[in-house]
Design a protein around this ligand. Structure first.
Ligand SMILES: C[S@@+](CC[C@H](N)C(=O)[O-])C[C@H]1O[C@@H](n2cnc3c(N)ncnc32)[C@H](O)[C@@H]1O
Length: 229
């Protein structure tokens, strides 16, 4: 039987830049993800109030939503919320009427913007915000009320600590997603080092021994990692 490899690629491969990825995302989204006035208003509100543009991308938001739906999540924990303008809304809208989303955020400078964004999205009653260092807040959460999905998107140096707590808090069969762990390819480059990169490397080393976990990295622009039990 003829070998499948090497794969014949008909297109000429081209190196892709952030600009290319952004353009490609926008192109695909224009077919697959209709404009959502609520999400657009939240992004606009956050930008007008000076919040940094560091929310997950549109496709990542939908990806999070899809995972929450697939496992029929009723309780979600988000570490690192910004002003609740993006991942929080995508995740919140995946929940059933009696679902609950707890978000942990260290910086409450933009509490008013968050309130507006979540209220406009109809999520005020489902979404509870705990202000303070994410790890302290996680430690204070009881392990008898498990979460179906935990999304970690805060400071990378604490990723392993967050993962350790997330393991305690997630139900069997649940999902933990950690955002931004490819860091534009820098994590794999031995010449590169800073506290974020080292935080991701620490997480990866910690995960290597976690044989009960089904782990993978999905490379996107900066990327997400998926883990499930
Ligand atoms: C990338 S943003 C989150 C974006 C948000 N998940 C979204 O996609 O819309 C990271 C957030 O983590 C928060 N953060 C940073 N360090 C933190 C810590 N130690 N505990 C909790 N939150 C933290 C920052 O204030 C910021 O709002």
């Amino acid at each position: 039987m003829a070998s499948q490899y090497p794969i014949q690629i008909k297109q000429t491969p081209k190196f892709t830049s952030i600009k290319d990825w952004t353009h490609s995302d926008a192109y695909h989204n224009s077919f697959l993800i209709p404009q959502d006035p609520v999400l657009n208003a939240a992004l606009k509100n956050s930008a007008e109030n000076g919040l940094p543009e560091i929310a997950v991308s549109t496709a990542q938001g939908k990806f999070l939503h899809l995972h929450a739906q697939l496992i029929q999540a009723k309780r979600i924990l988000e570490v690192g919320r910004l002003a609740g303008e993006y991942s929080t809304i995508w995740l919140g809208h995946a929940l059933p009427g009696d679902g609950e989303l707890i978000t942990l955020e260290i910086n409450n400078k933009h509490a008013k913007v968050t309130e507006e964004n979540l209220s406009n999205a109809g999520l005020s009653s489902k979404c509870k915000v705990i202000v303070g260092p994410g790890h302290d807040s996680m430690v204070s959460l009881p392990s008898d009320k498990k979460f179906d999905l935990i999304f970690i998107n805060a400071n990378k140096p604490s990723n392993l600590k967050y993962f350790t707590e997330a393991k305690r808090l997630v139900r069997k069969g649940g999902i933990i997603i950690v955002d931004n762990i490819v860091c534009f390819g820098c994590v794999t480059d031995p010449q590169e080092s800073d506290h974020n990169i080292e935080g991701v490397r620490l997480l990866l080393s910690g995960l290597k021994g976690e044989l009960d976990w089904f782990c993978l990295t999905l490379a996107k622009r900066a990327s997400a990692e998926l883990l499930s039990l």
